[in-house]
Design a protein around this ligand. Structure first.
Ligand code: ZN
Length: 493
């Protein structure tokens, strides 16, 4: 009977991953004229996989398996998680799913137009309709305290407004103080990062970085896309993408390390659990912890830069009058700014907190959609001291809301928090980790992540995993300490 369950789940996975291949192709190689039929092909596959997942046969099978005493711990966990997913899917009427998908598609196009015209008003009506549906969705999914909890739960199981209010509340003041200290000091010079860097050289350097961090090119590849992302069709076929800015080699380099971190996680998930929950990632917060651990804790460390500087010089001789230490300071420069995706490790979290506050209040009705720009601009002034000149560099900058992804943004900060806590714990057990990074040897880090994170898939919740690894729940203190140590060294306080 468990085998029937596996067979059913694997058929669904086959369809879903075929859909993922089409999606990946759409973002990388699809010729313009192919877009219309591609949309249709993807919609069909998506409908097929939804039908297969909500099939009554699966429900009956799950009922039987939930009472099967012969299952082992992993099998039981798979059945438990699939039952949860199944019951959740069943809550949605097909009428609501269609309404949501139509509203999402409309608001996505409205967002594109609004960005072109640099005017939030163009987006407002469709976003309003989408927010109304999202409020309806919170009722469908159910919650105990705050309606936004229901949406947060979709991306980070167990996350609540109460928890995040506390976490962000404790993060805000120390980060603000740190920012003030930094801003009282002269900023490092980063002008040398903005020269012309040959596309080919950048591409080759990025591939070399991925190889060195342990990305298996026999189980994946890298291509170019508009926005960097990672996707997978099994643990043995993981695709990353990057983009190249010829006037700044750091954008591609650290995006490779970021997506590479996501990819190592996907490549490390247990292939024998293909199609089953234990073959899937734990949560978005944990996924993001993997990318940020490599991008920031490893990739933006003094030791990493020192070791890789000679290689950088080989690919980018224009850096020849620069020292490794200058590169280290430049890539860690803190600068309050308007755009989240271009912000530094510190101010990044203010961008997230602002979005969190907007979403929370939109969903509980305290903030009206039409008031988003005013609220947004005021918060940017208060938290970051920057004036938002227009909607495009303000509340229209992210794609998330147009997709209906409310509750996603907090997972980015959770990723940094988990990364700092995991990394500290790793250093405690292996005090030589930092020295090894200085020798270009990441095998210990990779093994540690395999043992502590990758192998478990969805066996534990993010909170459970964090407890299991570090012996405590998520703490904001590790990130604050990590950032304080780093910037005290660079800025000299
Ligand atoms: Zn990421």
């Amino acid at each position: 009977m468990y085998q029937d369950y596996i067979d059913h789940m694997r058929s669904i996975a086959d369809v879903k991953f075929a859909l993922a291949v089409l999606q990946w192709d759409q973002e990388t190689y699809l010729p313009i004229k192919g877009a219309a039929f591609r949309g249709q092909q993807m919609a069909t596959l998506s409908e097929i996989s939804h039908k297969m997942f909500t099939d009554e046969k699966l429900g009956v099978l799950l009922d039987q398996l939930n009472n099967d005493s012969s299952l082992d711990k992993k099998q039981l966990r798979n059945v438990e998680l699939t039952s949860e997913d199944y019951n959740k899917h069943k809550k949605y009427s097909s009428r609501f799913v269609r309404k949501l998908s139509e509203a999402t598609s409309r608001s996505y196009h409205a967002w594109i137009d609004a960005r072109k015209q640099n005017d939030f008003n163009v987006f407002e009506r469709d976003l309003n309709a989408l927010v109304d549906l999202k409020k309806e969705e919170t009722q469908i999914l159910g919650y105990t305290q705050h309606p936004y909890d229901a949406l947060l739960n979709e991306f980070e199981k167990g996350a609540t407004v109460q928890w995040l209010d506390g976490l962000f509340g404790d993060l805000r003041e120390p980060l603000k103080k740190l920012l003030d200290k930094i801003q009282a000091k002269p900023a490092p010079d980063d002008s040398f990062l903005h020269q012309h860097f040959n596309k080919d050289a950048q591409w080759k350097f990025g591939i070399e970085m991925l190889k060195r961090m342990g990305f298996d090119f026999e189980a994946g590849r890298q291509d170019i896309s508009e926005h960097p992302f990672t996707t997978n069709f099994s643990a043995e076929d993981v695709r990353v993408t990057t983009r190249i800015d010829e006037n700044d080699f750091t954008s591609m380099t650290w995006s490779c390390l970021h997506e590479g971190g996501h990819a190592l996680y996907e490549q490390g998930l247990p292939a024998e659990q293909y199609g089953l929950p234990l073959g899937e990632y734990c949560s978005l917060g944990i996924h993001e912890s993997q990318s940020r651990l490599w991008e920031n804790c490893v990739g933006r460390s003094r030791e990493f830069i020192r070791y890789n500087f000679p290689l950088m010089l080989q690919y980018f001789p224009q850096l020849k009058n620069t020292e490794a230490q200058q590169v280290y300071a430049a890539i860690n420069k803190v600068q309050p700014s308007l755009i989240r995706t271009e912000s530094d490790e510190l101010t990044y979290h203010f961008h997230v907190m602002i979005r969190y506050e907007v979403e929370k209040q939109l969903i509980d009705g305290a903030l009206a959609v039409k008031d988003i720009p005013g609220f947004w601009n005021e918060k940017y002034k208060t938290y970051l001291g920057v004036d938002v000149p227009d909607d495009k560099s303000g509340c229209l900058q992210d794609i998330h809301w147009s997709h209906g992804s409310f509750g996603y943004f907090p997972t980015y900060s959770l990723g940094s928090l988990y990364a700092a806590q995991f990394f500290k714990h790793m250093q405690k057990h292996y005090p030589d980790i930092t020295a090894l990074i200085g020798e270009g040897d990441y095998t210990k880090i990779h093994k540690w992540l395999q043992m502590n994170v990758y192998q478990y898939g969805r066996m534990y919740t993010s909170d459970g995993l964090c407890n299991k690894i570090t012996g405590e729940t998520l703490q904001q203190s590790y990130l604050i300490q990590y950032l304080t140590d780093k910037y005290a060294g660079i800025y000299g306080f």
